[in-house]
Structures are given as C-alpha cells and as structure tokens.
Design a protein around this ligand. Structure first.
Ligand code: TYD
Length: 207
C-alpha cells in the first residue's frame, strides 16, 4: 500500500494555524485522501497528559531540561502510537506543531543547545522528517494581540516579546536551512488570502 504523507504546521502564537489546518483537511477530504489532524504536545491520551504538565501555569518551577525531555517524551508516544501507524496505512497526518517547535522554543528561545536537541530528535525519530512543513509567519506583536483575544494564557504565553521574537527568528532560520521541506506563509494577511496561499502550496505538493 502507498504510504501517507506527514505535514507539519509551525509558527508563533496567534498565527491562525487551526483554521488553516481545517481548510487543508477539507480540501484533501474532497480529493478522497484520508486525513488525520493532530497536535503537539499531545495527540494521544498519554501525550495529552504530558501537555497538561507543560502548559500548566502553576508549574513555574519546571526546569528547561525537564521541559525539553517532556516535549520529546510526548512526541515519542505520539509518533509510535498515532503518526507512524497512520502513515503506514496510507493516511495523511497533519500535525499542529512538531519537532521544529522544540528547536524554536526550547532551543532558539530558551537557549538550550541545538546540538543537544538534535540528539533527542535522532533518539526519538531517527532520520524520519515531515514531508512538508508550513511555517505561518507574522510579526510578534500581531500574533500576541490575536492570541490574547483567544482567552487566558498558558505557561508559554506568559513569556515576553523578545522570547517570541527569538521563536520567530528560529523558525525563519530553519526555513532557510531546510528549504526543501519548508514553505513560509505570510500569516499577517486576511484569512482568505492566507487560505489561498496554503491551498496553492498543497495543490503543488499533490502533483
Ligand atoms: P498551543 O496552545 O498549542 O499553542 P499554539 O496555539 O500557539 O500552537 O500550545 C503549545 C505550546 O507548546 C506553544 O506555546 C509552543 C509550545 N511547544 C514547545 O515549547 N515545544 C514543542 O516542542 C512543542 C511541540 C510546543
């Protein structure tokens, strides 16, 4: 059987990823492609429990290494329980965030060594990488204003502007370094314009 594809969606807070994931799913459904949408940290029962620890505002003492190990623990479970079996069954998987978020948040923003993160990446996923990564890029202030409207902020959203500036620059650096699988989307445009950009990329990817 033909293997499915793995698409990851990355970006800073308030980039409108969720709406666009639903648009991609609707489009692929119409092409008779079976699609699973999921998210990180999370996606399985156990990984969602780890997510709760990571996002809990009360966990102010969670140290950076523990945070990094937890995101990779959640990812390992997610990959083996959900992502890889689905791809093997020919399904497409779209994940709201994946390993590039660990490089952006724990690496570029928190300052953990990228080399150490690469070791964990190799441990958890070997040489397996997404087939396509869409980066929703927008100025930090715009994203944060949008994220605030969504409701109470989680542990990550308590960070200051310069943290999210490093997240953004981290993602942009990765998009240059791994330009083969990356597509950068200008997420500051209207929802309709963003959706047009996204579907154009997905149509090209299908060919
Ligand atoms: P979420 O509410 O999904 O954020 P968003 O709507 O912005 O995608 O929360 C996920 C948070 O977890 C987000 O702030 C980024 C962070 N995160 C990491 O720090 N490292 C990771 O590896 C992943 C997957 C997420």
């Amino acid at each position: 059987m033909k293997q499915g594809k793995f698409i990851t969606i990355e970006g800073s807070e308030g980039a409108g990823k969720t709406t666009q994931i639903n648009n991609i799913k609707d489009f692929l459904d119409k092409q008779d492609i079976e699609v699973i949408t999921t998210r990180e940290p999370g996606g399985t029962l156990i990984s969602e429990k780890i997510r709760e620890i990571l996002l809990d505002n009360n966990n102010t003492e969670l140290c950076t290494d523990a945070e990094m190990l937890l995101v990779f623990a959640a990812r390992s479970q997610h990959l083996h329980e959900l992502i890889l079996p689905a791809i093997e069954q020919g399904k497409w998987v779209i994940s709201d965030r994946f390993t590039d978020s660990s490089f952006a948040y724990q690496g570029y923003a928190r300052g953990l060594s990228l080399e150490r993160i690469k070791v964990l990446k190799q441990w958890v996923q070997g040489d397996y990488n997404p087939d396509l990564t869409l980066l929703f890029d927008l100025p930090v202030e715009v994203g944060m204003a949008r994220a605030k409207k969504r409701g109470p902020s989680d542990r990550f959203e308590q960070e200051k502007l310069d943290f999210f500036e490093r997240v953004r620059q981290g993602f942009l650096s990765m998009s240059y370094l791994e330009s083969d699988r990356y597509e950068v989307i200008d997420a500051q445009q209207t929802e309709l314009q963003v959706s047009e950009q996204v579907l154009k990329i997905i149509k090209r990817f299908l060919k």
